[in-house]
Design a protein around this ligand. Sequence first.
Ligand code: PLP
Length: 428
Amino acid sequence: MHVSSPENCDIDILENGRTVKDVIDNKIKELGSMDNEEPFYVANLDSVYKRHLRWLTNLPRVKPFYAVKCNNTAAVLRLMSALDTGFDCASKAEIQMALSLGATPDKIIYAHTTKPLSHIKYACAHGVDMMTFDSEDELLKMSRCHAKAKLVLRIAVDDSKSLLKLSSKFGARLVSVGKLLERAGELGLDVIGVSFHVGCGCTEGSTFKQAIGDARHVFDIADLLGVQMRVLDIGGGFSAIGEFQEKFEEFSEVINGALDEFFPPDSGVQIIAEPGRYYVESAFTLAANVIARRIVSDDMDEHSDGEENSPGRIMYYLNDGVFGSLSCIVHDPAHPNYEPYLHRVVESSERRYRSVIWGPTCDSFDKVIDNYWIPELRVGDWLLLDNMGAYSVSATSDFNGFERAHIYPVVTAETWHALNLSHTFNNP
Ligand code: PLP
């Protein structure tokens, strides 16, 4: 069954045992019958829902504010709304989108410390009050454009154990927080709490403990200055795939321990977080089509036993790449290894060839994977990539005019009914 919602986000409800695999198979068949090879994602909303349940079990004190920047697919945002999460928005456009898809202003944190004035004004006009800052200049902007804002001071934390570091760009140093709080007081601004981000792909739970301890230190400085802080925002940086499979539970234990030590429940401090990747990473599968190939015979296949006519490297060209859904290859060190696999069934005994897989653009930078051993592909074959939900659809360009991958959201009938999603998806 298909349901259409106002922003043109059709959703496919899986009934009678239909699976995500069936949806992919059918879509490929359907596209084939129309001589259409557009790349596409299937977005499995059940996967997002399961992640949410896992979050609630492991971090019961921490309210998630989903980081829209990670994946701004309308169906994902609508589901988050139904799950009653908050939203972390980085710009006017993200605030606009969250509001249009069911979020209320009190459920949004404008979590960017360097905001254009016009975006602050937009937030103010739409009742979005909670926002982060890390400098005096930002305070001045706030006092000019949004004097009633509820400010959250972002601090820099040790992110040396994370794959993508953010504290080199954002966050006040601990030595400067006293001065910033005093300045906010002089300007009559309300600083309600502290935030940090340990970086993406955080590998050590102790990083969270240290950061929560640092935040406690800032709360203590605020106390001395007579500033009543009441929100702690522990940011993002969570993952639960690849090497992080079990780390989520491990980190949660450390976080819960640190919260109980530094911010016990009777402190009255509200704990929030800004998870992005954790929610969507495993929910999206990308299907891309082999649109061309070229055999480069100057380089012998290492597994050829010296056969004269064996191909060397085979170059394949997909219709999606580094300037499209796969830009995360370049800018996301926290993404697990890319392992495209063939949609059509191949025997495990089928010979594999050293291959290079390129994206479709005229740029040689557009390389998806090198030295990849894969059975021989034909033009028209489909390759699938799992775990493509994070920093993919939201970081895609139209470079060279190639179409963005279409997104087909699916959800099981059980989840659709359990969450009463007809209400969420049918309401403008
Ligand atoms: N919050 C802020 C301010 C960020 O910059 C980011 C990512 O860059 C996130 C949250 C989401 O981080 P993640 O996807 O690692 O959870």
